[in-house]
Design a protein around this ligand. Structure first.
Ligand code: PMP
Length: 460
């Protein structure tokens, strides 16, 4: 494992950072927004995808990364059994980039359930459940999820993202209003666009803003939906559910809570944000979650009243016109839910890991933003290139943690995002924090050298 950049590597990196700096100075940003007018885009090469503004922006971003000599942090090949130390890009690294929150992907009971389901039902559901029919595992999973939230019913769809898009897109129309927390997931925003409802984004967890705006405009809309997350995946904090419930009751609105990152993570037994905050889950109209994180599968679900689930099952295009969830995936998710409920010590371990990472990152002087010390903690770095550079150095030191850059987070808020699992141990967490601090220092020194050399060159 390399722990320090070699002097010649450092010199080369300085040269490359310098070139990238010039590139940025010329273009204003590393991935400049292409301002090609619609007219220009219909020239003789309009048929060529490479001539599209988006393709040009991407190729400039790739070129800038290459110039800087930083490896692309995205789409890296992970190999080997799922766990905290997978083989990434050919070498074992401690990984903080998977959502395997309770270590259930790879759990023997989960794997056995999936294999058994393949033997019984095959690999694919082969058609939409509406026309292709139900299999026993569909309802078994939905009934279990409904029981988890204490709601009348639940429906499972083949993608978490599509579940949000189709649910919001189906429930609302142009007479309605959706209020989304600023940090809500892209899938909620896409569903809102599809619905053609009036859309408002409220400042993160700012309930006074929400209350005031609803007081002003509630009367103009037929239905109102407030959409929040149980655990925000970029910042690692939660909403105040009791306050939201009070607001939505006062203004006759529906509340939707996306528990993609809350399920298995929050509350003493991992039942989610309602359990963590002592709230009756039935006071929320729409519970949403994914099967792709704690539940070690793939797909999404909505849990709520029978009327809501019936509307979705008979009219949400993402359900009606899409294939049913496959047997091995449903069986794996069901088995994962059972293991989660039977082994709350996994949740305890995950929560202890979350607290340890937060405490030690803070003590080491890292900016952990709003993190409450659950399964997600950011280390806010600031500049996007710097975040990519720190992640690059960390990978060389055997730690995989991905950078999140603008526009996924606001400018100057680029960060490394640590996802924890119950399977990490204290030594791995301490190693990650130590290496992060070390890498930040190395990048800072390189930038200082670069800035110094530029001052020399310009005579300033
Ligand atoms: N909601 C949230 C909050 C998410 O973070 C994600 C994906 N990470 C989704 C929905 C979509 O889920 P999936 O990846 O399972 O499609």
């Amino acid at each position: 494992m390399t722990t320090q950049a070699e002097p010649e590597d450092r010199a080369a990196l300085i040269g490359r950072l310098r070139a990238a700096h010039r590139m940025r100075a010329g273009s204003g940003t590393i991935g400049p927004t292409d301002r090609t007018s619609p007219r220009q885009a219909t020239g003789p090469k309009a048929f060529d995808f490479a001539s599209l503004p988006r393709a040009k922006t991407l190729s400039m971003q790739h070129a800038a990364m290459e110039t800087v000599g930083l490896s692309n942090p995205f789409f890296r090949v992970h190999d080997g059994a799922p766990g905290p130390e997978p083989v990434i890009s050919g070498a074992p690294r401690i990984s903080f980039s998977s959502y395997n929150y309770l270590g259930l992907n790879g759990h023997p009971k989960v794997a056995a359930a999936a294999k058994d389901a393949i033997d019984r039902y095959g690999v694919s559901a082969m058609a939409s459940r509406v026309v292709g029919g139900e299999r026993p595992y569909h309802r078994a999973l939905e009934e279990r999820l409904a029981a988890h939230y204490g709601t009348e019913d639940a429906v499972v769809m083949v993608s978490g993202h599509a579940t949000n898009v189709t649910t919001v897109g189906t429930l609302l129309d142009q007479d309605d209003l959706i209020l989304m927390d600023q940090l809500s997931h892209n899938s909620i925003a896409e569903g809102a666009k599809l619905s053609r409802a009036h859309r408002l984004v409220f400042p993160h967890n700012d309930y006074d803003w929400l209350e005031e705006r609803l007081t002003q405009i509630r009367g103009r809309h037929r239905h109102v939906l407030i959409a929040v997350e149980g655990l925000y995946s970029m910042d690692g904090d939660s909403p105040d559910l009791a306050r939201l419930i009070e607001i939505k009751r006062r203004h006759d609105a529906w509340l939707m809570v996306d528990e993609a990152h809350g399920m298995g993570v929050l509350g003493p037994t991992g039942r989610g944000v309602a359990e963590a905050q002592g709230i009756d889950p039935q006071s929320v109209e729409i519970w949403m979650g994914t099967l792709s994180k704690t539940l070690a599968g793939c797909g999404g679900y909505i849990s709520g009243s029978r009327a809501l689930i019936d509307i979705l099952k008979f009219s949400a295009p993402g359900f009606v016109f899409s294939v049913g969830i496959s047997a091995p995936v449903a069986a794996a998710a069901l088995a994962a839910l059972e293991v989660m409920e039977a082994e709350p010590e996994r949740v305890e371990r995950l929560q202890a890991n979350g607290r340890r990472l937060l405490a030690s990152a803070r003590e080491a002087g890292l900016d952990t933003g709003l993190s409450q010390g659950s399964a997600v903690t950011p280390a806010i770095i600031g500049d996007s290139i710097k975040a990519i550079a720190v992640s690059h150095f960390l990978l060389q030191k055997g730690v995989s943690v991905l950078p999140i850059t603008h526009p996924a987070v606001p400018e100057r808020q680029a960060r490394l995002r640590f996802f924890l699992t119950s399977e990490h141990n204290a030594a791995q967490i301490d190693e990650a924090v130590g290496r992060t601090v070390e890498s930040c220092g190395e990048v800072d020194r390189l930038v200082a050298e670069l800035t110094g050399q530029q001052a020399d060159l310009t005579g300033t």
